[in-house]
Design a protein around this ligand. Structure first.
Ligand code: 3HC
Length: 333
């Protein structure tokens, strides 16, 4: 982890009262040290505000772009039951995006500003959503691996020091947990099916396993934001710790499914009491972050088109709000 610089670098130590700090700064440090929550009207360092806006807006964008790989399959899902489940799941992701945009708005970010940055290609969203979904089994792999990784990363965020973010994460995690189980169940059904269905499930797991591990972000020694975010208790665990925890969860679940995790170097290490993992292809991760993944261009174009197609809805809502406030003003006068 890179050590951050600046006046608020690393852990605020409440026990060491620093006469150079203002009363506001001292109170902020005390709240963080006491594992209490920072609320929108509390004083906060600019770096803390920016770090939160960065992470929460990226997270919101991930939820919104993350609707695309699965919504592709709503019309092609193999049964009415599967269509209904998939539709509900994609709607949940839209809801997650809205809670998170709202949390970022409490920090002073505007919804228009965040949306503009996304459609201009200037904002980050999770690398995982730049991979295509050519088979039905991909709906299973996304639920099991992608939503599974999301839960592993996001349950600790329920304890994030910023109140609106932590509270939004509680509801999001409940829904993600359902998503993960429905993905597992799709794969289980395929693995109990024909030879062809089992092969389709395994092929899909092979494609999603490594990108799912990349969701946790770069290795700790190459993660510029982790140290400060952990000192501020936005993040509670490092990227590598969570990745390791995720693989530990996956191994017994893969055995139940009967799928193989596509890592020939994966083995239990008695000394460390965790799994040794094979090498992650970080060059691929950086290519995707640079906008050169298989589906980056398509995802962004679809988002731009949807935004343009929704212009009339935004205009109608604004006009309705204007008329409502005109009416209220007339009644009041
Ligand atoms: N995809 C895209 N960008 C990534 C990334 C990934 N998988 N992992 C890291 N990055 C980016 C970071 O955003 C950062 O970019 P920036 O400095 O330009 O903002 C840079 O790479 C360096 O990474 P760091 O480790 O220093 O960054 P963080 O400390 O922020 O850690 C994180 C990255 C673990 C993703 C953290 O931001 C986090 O926990 N975010 C909240 C969870 C989230 O955003 N999840 C998205 C997953 S998808 C989802 O939730 C949808 C669900 O339906 C599946």
């Amino acid at each position: 982890m890179t050590t951050p610089a600046g006046p608020y670098a690393l852990a605020p130590d409440a026990s060491a009262e620093n006469p150079a700090l203002s009363a506001d700064e001292q109170q902020f440090n005390d709240l963080i040290a006491a594992d209490s929550r920072i609320e929108p009207r509390d004083w906060m360092p600019e770096g803390y505000r920016k770090a939160l806006i960065r992470q929460i807006s990226q997270h919101a964008h991930s939820e919104i772009i993350g609707m695309q790989p699965e919504s592709n399959w709503i019309t092609r899902a193999p049964s009415l039951k599967r269509k209904a489940i998939l539709m509900a799941k994609v709607q949940d992701e839209a809801g997650h995006g809205l809670y998170l945009y709202s949390a970022a708005q409490t920090l002073g970010a505007t919804r228009d500003g965040m949306t503009d940055a996304l459609i201009a290609g200037k904002a980050r969203y999770s690398s995982i959503f730049n991979y295509p979904t050519p088979t039905w089994a991909d709906m299973g792999s996304i639920g099991w691996l992608v939503d599974g990784a999301a839960i592993c990363n996001q349950v600790p965020l329920c304890r994030a020091s910023y109140g609106p973010y932590g509270r939004a994460m509680v509801r999001i995690c409940k829904e993600e947990s359902f998503h993960q189980r429905q993905g597992f169940e799709i794969l289980l059904e395929l693995m109990q099916g024909t030879e062809e269905q089992r092969a389709m499930a395994q092929e899909s797991v092979n494609r999603w396993y490594w990108p799912a591990l990349m969701m946790f972000g770069p290795p700790d020694d190459d993660s510029p934001n982790s140290a400060q975010s952990m000192a501020w208790k936005i993040k509670r665990h490092s990227n590598d710790e969570l990745r390791q925890r995720f693989v530990g969860m996956l191994v017994p679940q893969a055995a139940v499914l009967g799928v193989t995790l596509p890592d020939p170097d994966l083995r239990w290490n008695e000394d460390t009491q965790q799994y040794d993992l094979g090498e992650i292809d970080w060059a691929e991760f950086h290519e995707v972050l640079a906008g050169r993944g298989a589906s980056n261009a398509q995802r962004l174009q679809r988002r731009r088109d949807a935004h343009a197609e929704g212009a009339w809805v935004r205009e109608a809502a604004a006009e309705y709000a204007r008329k409502q406030s005109e009416r209220s003003a007339q009644v009041a006068s």
